[in-house]
Design a binder for this molecule. Structure first.
Ligand code: ZN
Length: 168
């Protein structure tokens, strides 16, 4: 079965309009992208011909996506739409098309396949850590250093992907 799961960045890039593959997305993402005026007719046609399917993920998959994103440190970067796409990837065990770094990182940690829309994609899987460029402390989260008030930066540390894989 050849199909793709699309996040909003894939729709903005026009992927479903030029692809021969069936596409899935969630209703949250569809609600976000259906206002793309130039593409409304195309979207309608794709839906009517069943080449674009809207499907909502299982609640347990959403919870797993949320928990994993909290582990990798990507949670704050992810919208409900983003999380729904990761969860749909878990449900369908399909390839996710996205240019979003946080979606890619969480999905890869879950053992899912990711394809970038336009960029070359991310090669490094890991966990984000906050660190203070002022005093070198490593607070778990927050935007400012609790010691010196400097704005925290984030750095990706490489690690092995989670063992919590979903087998295909
Ligand atoms: Zn500091």
């Amino acid at each position: 079965m050849d199909f793709r799961i699309l996040d909003a960045s894939a729709f903005y890039a026009g992927i479903p309009f030029g692809s021969a593959n069936d596409c899935y997305t969630t209703s949250l993402v569809y609600d976000e992208i259906k206002h793309i005026k130039k593409k409304q007719e195309v979207l309608q046609t794709l839906l009517e011909t069943n080449r674009l399917k809207i499907r909502d993920p299982d609640k347990n998959s959403i919870l797993l996506a949320i928990n994993t994103s909290k582990n990798t440190g990507d949670y704050q970067q992810l919208s409900k739409q983003d999380l729904s796409i990761i969860a749909l990837g878990l449900d369908l065990k399909g390839q996710i098309i996205t240019d979003d770094f946080a979606i890619s990182n969480v999905a890869k940690n879950l053992g899912l396949t990711i394809s970038p829309v336009m960029t070359s994609g991310i090669r490094d899987i890991g966990k984000w850590f906050h660190y203070c460029p002022g005093c070198g402390s490593k607070p778990k989260n927050g935007k400012e250093c609790p010691n010196c008030g400097t704005t925290l930066k984030k750095k990706l540390f490489k690690s092995e992907p989670s063992t919590n894989h979903f087998n295909n």
